[in-house]
Write a protein that binds this ligand. Structure first.
Ligand code: ARG
Length: 474
């Protein structure tokens, strides 16, 4: 008596003598997640069939049947009416089986000269190329929000930090533009890695190529690939492009996470530099006063999940002998989740950044209270003839004087300033304390003085904004 094989096993039935248990079926199936590739699978199959026809490997009638069947399948999928079957393992076997149901023998001829190994590699590349273009656009969107925020706040002064201690005054616009730079590099990386996605594996068949006289270049042209993968063994087993994407995605998430950390700190009432729009925050179920920056906190957390996917994919690949191994089926969920996490995060952040309320008074206060202009005072003393190390010492004493008096550097009158500067042993004997010196202590004087390319002055921020707008065609 013949064994009761599953539909999946029927695809290669003659070789098998016992059925698969339901658990093993579930364990080996991928249709639940790879059905996401369906439209790319259809696109790849139609291009393959077109080439088979051009090369005289299937008839015009077969091609017409395949095209008609695939159009029908696409509309069933679009309408949510396609009957996905776990028994048929994956997206490829599901679609092929339905095609054969719809158009008969032409459906059975489609698989001439190809294998699921080159088919799935093609599908993922088509999928990822599409998503990378989308993500590149989303990065532009977030950069646009940051640039507009920078433009609006080219003159707004906040304390810049090193070691999270107040260091020197910077403009908020300058700070926003720092992130524009990070996301610009991320965008460059996406554009660059797209080139390595955009190569066609199809034609490699299972691993060694095919005995049929196929035309891979034609398929590449039809699918918009720049070239064909040059080696069939590499074509079916390469997932570098997916790892590279997850690496680039991880860098995006690192930048998102740093921005998130800053937003969280700035929104803490202890800082009070900014407020986020209510729609990105939640309250506490017990503490009525709370408004929590949930979205940045979650984004900071989700960066870990993306790094995890990168690590997962690297580990997946490292032990695989050439060529295709079933391990590769495990590439999809991490890749899909990375794409989803990144896309959602970037979309939300573009909106959240444009909705930031800047509390300029609090920022200025924090800069003044933190003696942020101490370096400017030291620089001014250098211009009056002191050696920098001496000037540093003189100003350190002056700051100490302010701390003792509960004063800020900016609030000292000329008399007090003179006194403060005389406390060090290299004191004010050599220094004329005049209004120009006092002016160098103001926040405005400090940022205006840093007016070179890459500097924090409002003029430089405006110039950087203008250049970025040209780059991004805003
Ligand atoms: N579902 C498989 C994957 O995602 C398709 C390729 C299967 N090939 C094979 N020889 N079993 O990798």
């Amino acid at each position: 008596m013949l064994p009761q094989l599953s539909r999946k096993q029927e695809a290669w039935s003659a070789r098998f003598n016992e059925p698969m248990s339901d658990l093993v079926k579930r364990y080996t199936a991928s249709v639940d997640f790879d059905k996401r590739l369906a439209l790319f699978d259809i696109q790849g199959s139609v291009a393959h069939a077109t080439m088979l026809n051009t090369c005289g490997l299937i008839s015009n009638q077969d091609l017409a049947d395949i095209e008609r069947g695939m159009a029908q399948i696409k509309s069933e999928i679009d309408a949510g009416q396609f009957d996905w079957q776990l028994d048929l393992e994956d997206v490829h076997l599901n679609i092929e089986r339905r095609l054969t149901e719809l158009v008969g023998d032409a459906g059975k001829r489609l698989h001439t000269g190809r294998s699921r190994n080159d088919q799935v590699a093609t599908d993922i590349r088509l999928y990822l190329r599409d998503r990378v273009d989308h993500i590149t656009g989303l990065l532009c969107g977030l950069q646009t929000s940051l640039i507009l925020m920078a433009e609006q706040h080219a003159q707004t002064i906040m304390p810049g930090f090193t070691h999270l201690q107040v260091a020197q005054p910077v403009t908020f616009g300058h700070h926003m533009m720092a992130y524009v730079e990070m996301f610009e590099r991320d965008r460059e990386r996406m554009v660059d890695l797209r080139k390595r996605i955009n190569r066609l594996p199809l034609g490699a068949a299972a691993l060694a190529g095919t005995t049929f006289p196929i035309d891979r270049e034609q398929v590449a042209r039809l699918l918009g690939f720049e070239s064909v993968c040059r080696n069939s063994l590499d074509a079916v087993s390469d997932r570098d492009f997916a790892i590279e994407f997850c690496g680039a995605a991880s860098l995006v998430m690192i930048h998102i996470s740093r921005l998130s950390e800053e937003l969280i700190i700035w929104m803490s009432p202890r800082f009070g530099f900014i407020d986020l729009a209510d729609r990105f925050c939640t309250g506490s179920s017990i503490m009525p006063q709370k408004k929590n920056p949930d979205v940045p906190e979650l984004a900071r957390g989700k960066s870990g999940r993306v790094f995890g996917h990168l690590m997962g994919l690297m580990t997946l690949m490292k032990g695989q002998p050439l060529a295709y191994n079933k391990d590769n089926q495990e590439d999809k969920e991490p890749l899909f989740d990375t794409v989803d996490t990144l896309s959602d995060t970037l979309t939300i952040f573009a909106d959240m950044v444009s909705g930031i309320t800047v509390k300029a008074d609090r920022m200025a206060e924090a800069a003044i209270e933190g003696y942020a202009t101490a370096t400017d005072l030291a620089d001014a003393l250098v211009r009056k003839g002191l050696a920098f190390r001496d000037a540093h010492e003189v100003v350190a004493h002056a700051v100490r004087y302010c701390v003792d008096q509960g004063a800020t550097l900016e609030s000292l009158n000329l008399q007090q300033l003179s006194e403060a500067l005389s406390l060090a042993k290299h004191g004010h004997a050599q220094v004329v304390v005049d209004q120009a010196l006092a002016d160098s202590l103001t926040l405005k004087g400090s940022v205006n003085a840093r007016s070179h390319v890459g500097g924090t002055s409002p003029d430089q921020v405006k110039a950087a904004v203008a250049q970025a707008k040209v780059r991004l065609s805003i």
